[in-house]
Structure formats: C-alpha cells, structure tokens
Design a protein around this ligand. Structure first.
Ligand SMILES: C[S@@+](CC[C@H](N)C(=O)[O-])C[C@H]1O[C@@H](n2cnc3c(N)ncnc32)[C@H](O)[C@@H]1O
Length: 445
C-alpha cells in the first residue's frame, strides 16, 4: 500500500538564496517551497538529499504581509519561477538583500544604491530551454520541477513569451505522434521582436512522416524549426534553406540587431532597454571616449555606445557572435566606430595565447571606459591585469551573478577603483535570479 505523505507544521525562520522557506525538524534543515519568513506553514515532506529535507508549503496559517496569491497554476511545483508567492516589492527587497549580502561578504560598500528597476513581469521570457519527457502515453514539455530533475507538467507558462506559451500544448500533441517521442530530450526557444525559432534536440533520426508533421507545425504556427542531432554545429533547418536570423530593436538608439537562435541575447527585451540605457548613462559623455566591451556577444552594448559617439572595441569568445556583431555594425552604419574581435578572455597566456594577446593589443588603444558583461562565472583572472591600465577611468559591470560580481569587485577595489553605484535590474521577475549593474571609478577621480 502506498504510504500517505507526512505533513508537519513549521515555523519558517528565514529564506534561502532561492527564496525557499527555511525551517527545522529535529535540528535538521528543511527547505520549504511556497513559505515566507515568519509564517507557520503546514508542509508536506518530500525527499531528502545530502542531509537536507525538502517540503511543500500546502497551508499557511498566518500569511505574511508580503505574500500574494500566485497567478501561476503550476507554482510551486514547476521550478521555472520560485517567487510567485511574493509581492513585487518584496521580490525586489529580497534580490537587493542577495546582492547586499554578496557585496558585504567581499567587503564592498557602494557609495550609492540605484533605484531597483522593474519592467514587464509576465510573458517576458524570450529564451528558454524546455525539457521534454515521454511518460506512458503522455508527453511533458516544460521547465524542470523545483527540488527535482523531472519535467514539470504544464499546459501554459505565464513567464514565457505568450507566443511560446501557446505552443506548449501543440508541441505535446506533435511529439506524442512522431516515431521517436523518447528521443527528444529538450527544445530551446528563441524569440525575436517578430520571429520565433525552436531548436529541437533529437537523439535518433526522424521518419519521413515526422518531417511532414514538423513542416505542418512550422507552417501553422509560423515558427522556424531547427533540428539539432549533436552540438550546435549540427543544426539544420527543416527545409533546406539557410538558418534565418531573428531580430530585435533598441528603438531609442535607432538600432536593429540580428541574431541566430542559438546565440546569447538578453532574455527580457523590455528590461534590456532599461539596462542598456542605464549602463550607458554610467559612462557619461561617450563622445571622444574609447570603450572596450568585454564579453560583447552580438554587440548589444557596443552598438549603442558607438551610436552615442564612442569608439568601441568588442571582444567575445564565440566566432559566430563576433561575425554577427560585425554584421550588426554594418546593418546600422556603425562599422567605422565599432570593431569586434574573437578572444577567449579567460585565456591565461602560454602557448596558444590567442585571447590573451588580443586583449593586450586592444588595451593599447588606451580605453577610458570598460564595459564588462561576463557569464555567471565572472570576468576571470585577467581582470586584475586589465584594470591596471592607466587610461581606464571607469568600469561599468553588468552581471547575472551577485557572487562573482562581488568577488570581481573586490579585485577592482584592490586595484584602486571605488564602487560608486550599484543596483538591481529585474531581468528575471518571479525567479530568484537578478541582474546587477555597477559602476567602479578610479579612486582619484
Ligand atoms: C552575459 S553574455 C553578454 C553578451 C552581451 N554583452 C549582451 O548583452 O548580449 C556573456 C557573453 O560572454 C561570452 N563568453 C563566455 N565565455 C567567454 C570567454 N571565455 N571569453 C570571451 N567571451 C566569453 C558568451 O559567448 C556571451 O556572449
């Protein structure tokens, strides 16, 4: 006979970094989803992993003032968003505290906190990797569950761009009908302002009938379907033509960007506009400035800098992103003001020191400002030598990881910079992720 789940009352003492309530059971930590600090939550005990118990807050006896009813039917089981039960103002307070704690742990004190920036809160997500699972006769397409690696059972998603959310049900139906439903581990989605692409990862070959079904799907929903059998270099289009480019605009700079679906772009297009505007404002008057944009991707910050009168050099590891950045510069008539080069910025010198050499060469241009927008792992060990360059007056740092922002910040402080301004940009509303924007200025300025 199946055992009924154990329910237990917990006093929620605090929140962990993912926004789960923290309670204790016989001195052992329990992480409780859908529970806020100060609440007494009746929670259903789930599994145990590495000494930590997980639980589901199913009834709250004294709802906290910062609680709201979640608008998402899949919360809290779906792990796509963990903060749906928090009011917007509390989410921002929570994220600001995550950043403040990270700064404190590396001994950083900003001169000023900028106002947190919030844009659209639902339907914002333009890029996502969705898991696919075939269970019995049912197909699941969605984010992973929280506290688990299973694919969540969802029929729609309030966080995804609505154009993607409405594809979840048709995708489930289609995958249930193809000949290899067990051989499709994930689907990546990418949206432009007007276009939509899916990258369907598959581990076995499609039948002729499968391809007809995908073609019908692509035509019906006006979506480009790409198949990926191995790495990204195996991408093929459903029809034989070249992979088409997606597009977005930064209207206030009069800029259009093109990108391929597998390339990095900021997930929240509206918030990205605020982020770019704010990052540029921190650089001051860009006319006569030379700016080095490190980890530049397809030129999301570089081209607005060039449009504002700066001369910009972007460095980026992905060859295809650099080619796209160059093409975007031409598209916008900025090729004389924006140069892009391939460089692995984590490269440490040594025998194949292409990235290191490229970085050293670019630094000979005497940049006045640096824009840094690295991946979660941070700017890397070359940061210490980069910021020794005397011409640099300010470093504008955009980060999706408060921990590496703070640890890199400590290196900048040690090298004679001051953290003049910092703020939270809500790139990923209703999740515990945050984007940080900071300005480091040379101490003597
Ligand atoms: C957070 S994205 C920022 C991209 C761009 N600034 C934007 O706003 O779209 C980080 C970028 O760093 C690039 N990258 C990752 N590791 C790198 C490395 N070791 N050296 C250079 N670029 C790297 C990625 O390809 C990606 O384009």
């Amino acid at each position: 006979m199946k055992k009924s789940p154990i329910e237990q009352d917990f006093l929620v003492e605090s929140l962990d970094k993912s926004g789960n309530g923290v309670g204790f059971l016989a001195d052992k930590k329990v992480l409780i989803r859908n529970a806020l600090a100060g609440e007494v939550a009746t929670a259903r005990l789930l599994k145990r992993k590495r000494g930590i118990r997980f639980a589901d807050g199913i009834r709250i006896q004294n709802p906290a003032a910062n609680r709201r009813d979640s608008s998402c039917k899949s919360f809290p089981r779906c792990g796509g968003c963990g903060l749906h039960h928090m009011t917007t103002s509390f989410q921002m307070e929570f994220k600001k505290k995550l950043l403040a704690d990270a700064l404190k742990s590396f001994g950083l004190t900003p001169d000023h906190w900028m106002e947190s920036v919030v844009a659209c809160r639902l339907g914002y997500r333009r890029k996502a990797r969705l898991g696919v699972r075939h269970v019995g006769s049912e197909v699941l397409v969605g984010f992973r569950e929280s506290f688990s690696n299973r694919v969540a059972r969802i029929g729609e998603c309030l966080t995804l761009d609505p154009r993607v959310s409405m594809l979840i049900k048709p995708l489930k139906l289609l995958i249930a009908e193809v000949s290899i439903p067990n051989q499709i581990p994930q689907i990546e989605v990418a949206c432009g302002d007007e276009e939509l692409s899916l990258i369907v990862r598959h581990l076995a070959n499609w039948s002729g009938e499968d391809l007809v079904r995908w073609k019908e799907f692509s035509d019906t929903f006006n979506v480009e379907v790409l198949f990926q059998s191995e790495g990204y270099d195996s991408l093929v289009r459903l029809s034989d033509e070249k992979i088409s480019r997606l597009k977005y605009k930064l209207i206030e700079y009069g800029l259009s960007f093109e990108f391929y679906p597998q390339q990095f772009t900021q997930v929240n297009a509206l918030l990205n506009q605020d982020l770019v505007r704010s990052a540029l404002a921190l650089m001051g008057d860009l006319r006569n400035q030379v700016v080095v944009d490190l980890f530049c991707g397809i030129g999301n910050f570089s081209l607005p800098i060039a449009r504002s009168g700066g001369k910009v050099i972007g460095l980026e590891m992905e060859q295809s992103a650099v080619e796209m950045a160059r093409s975007n510069a031409r598209l916008n008539g900025l090729e004389d003001f924006a140069r892009f080069e391939v460089a692995d910025l984590y490269d440490q010198g040594g025998q194949n020191a292409a990235g290191y050499t490229q970085l050293a060469e670019v630094m000979q241009e005497n940049p006045t400002s640096i824009l840094l927008d690295p991946p979660r792992s941070g700017a890397g060990t070359n940061l210490a030598s980069i910021c020794k360059k005397e011409s640099i007056e300010r470093i504008v740092y955009v980060s999706c990881n408060p921990e590496t922002f703070a640890s890199d910040g400590a290196i900048l402080i040690e090298s004679g910079f001051r953290l003049n301004r910092v703020g939270v940009f809500d790139m990923f509303p209703n999740t515990s992720h945050l984007e940080t924007l900071g300005l480091f200025v040379k101490e003597c300025l």
